[in-house]
Design a protein around this ligand. Structure first.
Ligand code: NAP
Length: 309
């Protein structure tokens, strides 16, 4: 039998009936496997997302086979309006969210700007989940869990928001690491503010592992992505199911139920880099993200007074 993330996460006995979930970036890779696992665990509704409509339709069919009511919503995370429409659809199609898995993202080799004048990777990997979460805050049920897929690649990078708005032909791997640092800071700041607001909603980030078998390597030229993906079946290599298990553990396990503001790796809360632990960085990222998106700062009244930008 193929490896199942719910078994790998030790949550295969969990009953998610009555629960509604959104998994972004679920047309491929670890998001797809995590969404299917939520279906097998009995979730009532799983909204799936990506840009690839064919892959989205296939996933909806596969989820229907688990008895789950699924809907695919297409939204390009480089497009602010599309993210707002995704949030509006989720609000219309679900009674409330119990699980929000902010997973969409990737390594984008080319250095380009989005309509906001912001570097593409920072916009897709950080600004869009920030905006989506802000738009869904009052749609989250009490007891909900927000899980943001970060990466160990966040280490070795300091916060440099200015660089995301300057011309930078060499953004490449720096842009990816920096966006993943933003994911860890975002999840922690969100947790602080939700706690201050008296919400019983957790927010954590997770490193899924280095997974060659997902679509992550699609930036490589020619046939390389398909060749690298063959590694998924090689014993000892972290598989897509292993990566999905990392998400699922934080989203579903009783052992993570009361944990918030943490960065998980290997199904354990783990210490992220110094830059990722710095609350002033988190506060600044939060405020600057709102400014770049031209929105009100979400949960503005719950910023810690001493952490002014
Ligand atoms: N694989 C690894 O080694 C690794 C390691 C650490 C962290 N991660 C993180 O894990 C997450 C999932 O990646 P994966 O490895 O599963 O790769 P993947 O198979 O390429 O999946 C990425 C997902 O994100 C979506 N996505 C990418 N760009 C998008 C955009 N502009 N707008 C909307 N959706 C977009 C894709 O949808 P479409 O294809 O439909 O556009 C796809 O569903 C990412 O956040 C990644 O940074 C991966």
């Amino acid at each position: 039998m193929a490896k199942q993330p719910e078994r790998l996460a030790g949550v295969d006995g969990t009953d998610l009936s009555g629960m509604e979930a959104l998994v972004t970036g679920s047309t491929s890779g670890i998001g797809r496997e995590a969404a299917l696992a939520l279906g097998r665990l009995g979730a009532d509704t799983v909204v799936v997302h990506g840009r690839d409509g064919k892959a989205g339709a296939e996933l909806v069919d596969d989820l229907a086979g688990t008895g789950t009511d699924a809907e695919f919503v297409r939204a390009d995370f480089a497009d602010v309006d599309a993210v707002r429409e995704l949030a509006a659809t989720v609000r219309a199609e679900t009674g409330g969210l119990d699980l929000l898995l902010n997973n969409a993202g990737g390594f984008f080799r080319e250095s380009r700007r989005t309509g906001l004048g912001v570097e593409y990777t920072f916009h897709v990997n950080h600004l869009s989940p920030y905006l989506l979460t802000a738009e869904l805050l009052d749609h989250l049920r009490e007891g909900a869990r927000i899980v943001t897929t970060a990466s160990a690649a966040h280490t070795g990078t300091s916060l440099d928001i200015e660089r995301t708005t300057e011309p930078d032909p060499d953004a490449g791997s720096w842009a990816y690491s920096h966006s993943k640092l933003a994911n860890v800071l975002f999840a922690a700041e969100l947790a602080r503010r939700l706690e201050a607001a008296g919400r019983s909603v957790t927010s954590n980030s997770v490193h899924p592992g280095a997974i060659p078998g997902s679509g992550f390597t699609r930036f490589l030229p020619g046939p390389l992505p398909r060749l690298v993906q063959l590694l998924d079946a090689v014993p000892g290599v972290t598989s897509v199911a292993d990566g999905a298990a990392e998400l699922l553990f934080v989203a579903v396990s009783d052992r993570a139920a009361d944990v918030t503001g943490r960065y998980f790796a290997g199904q354990e809360p783990t210490q992220p880099s110094g830059a990722a632990r710095n609350p002033q960085n988190a506060r600044r990222l939060w405020a600057e993200s709102a400014r770049l998106l031209d929105v009100e700062e979400p949960l503005a009244e719950y910023a810690r007074a001493e952490e002014t930008v």
